[in-house]
Write a protein that binds this ligand. Structure first.
Ligand code: GYE
Length: 307
């Protein structure tokens, strides 16, 4: 039979595609929504999903990818926790002829033949949007404007790029000064802890908090309240993602603005996987479209939010 001539090849056309997906973890509201989007989109598309949670550890992602290669899945997709250190495992996938799709976060591998496409947001632009909002808000304020920054996971694409984009914009005016900058690992607990330390060190000198995601901002809001200060009044707070928790904080008057970053990448990912398996050529980069939501529009926008 033909099957005997082509060992290991799937011959029946209606056999469902198998996708191995290695997720970063469950560190934030964004991530939970992203996981949900991928799981439900796979189901809707009739794609069999093997899902693995790396708990924010690169070594776990590398293990998961190797397991997917051993299981001969049709496509591997993953959201790389950090940017560097992927060449070896991606070469293994390439040698096994398994296409790889990056979702959400980028890698900094020089050889871009190691993945087919990258679907996700432009994090540098998100940082610029945050910066532009602040420049506009502080128009007419002579400064100095002292900013504390809660960075995302060290070495991750969103932490690197959101910092870069924001700094690029505020650099135009020397009245803006980042006086403290530290990672809060994209979690509420760490965001609160690091903000407590910022408040202890700088106290009332802090004018602005720039948090690389909403969860860290929400943790920091607690720290600010516990220190007897008013979030969004005594300290202007800017964050990124636009999750429901951020809208609730804005409606409560505790967060000034959230830059949107959509986690709903599932349907696009499944469509691309089908195109790849059908032999269609796909773009190397697919950028998610997104906006910005200041607190003034939060109540009106809230009912429309999907994550
Ligand atoms: O902003 C943050 C999450 O990679 C865009 O990861 C994502 C980021 C998101 O933990 O909340």
């Amino acid at each position: 039979s033909l099957a005997a001539l082509l060992p290991g090849r799937a011959l029946s056309a209606d056999k469902p595609l198998v996708l191995g997906f290695s997720q970063v973890g469950a560190e934030s509201e964004w991530r939970t929504a992203n996981t949900e989007s991928i799981k439900s989109a796979a189901k809707d598309a009739g794609i069999t999903l093997k899902f693995s949670d790396a708990q924010q550890k690169q070594e776990n992602q590398i293990k998961a990818i190797r397991a997917f290669i051993a299981q001969k899945v049709d496509v591997i997709a993953f959201s790389p926790v950090v940017e560097s250190g992927w060449e070896t495992v991606l070469r293994e996938a390439k040698a096994a002829k398994i296409p790889v799709v990056l979702t959400d976060r980028a890698v900094n591998a020089k050889d871009d033949s190691l993945y087919v496409t990258f679907i996700g947001s432009d994090f540098t632009e998100e940082g610029r949007k945050a910066g532009r909002w602040l420049v506009d808000k502080m128009k007419g304020n002579a400064g100095p404007i002292n900013i504390v920054e809660l960075q995302g996971t060290v070495g991750s694409a969103p932490a690197i790029d959101r910092k870069k984009g924001f700094e690029e914009i505020i650099a135009a005016d020397p009245k803006f000064k980042i006086i403290r900058s530290q990672t809060g690992d994209f979690t509420r607990a760490k965001g609160k802890e690091v903000m407590e330390a910022f408040l202890k060190a700088e106290g009332k000198k802090i004018n602005v908090l720039y948090a690389h995601n909403d969860d860290m901002a929400i943790g920091a809001i607690q720290a600010i309240e516990e220190a007897g200060m008013k979030p969004a009044q005594d300290i202007t707070i800017i964050s990124i993602d636009g999750v429901k928790g951020a809208f609730e904080a804005m409606i409560a008057g505790k967060l000034n603005v959230s830059v949107e970053c959509s986690p709903l990448l599932g349907p696009q990912l499944m469509a691309i996987i089908k195109d790849i398996k059908a032999g269609k050529s796909v773009p190397k980069r697919i950028v998610t479209e997104e906006g910005i939501f200041p607190m003034e529009v939060a109540a009106k926008e809230f009912p429309k939010r999907k994550y």
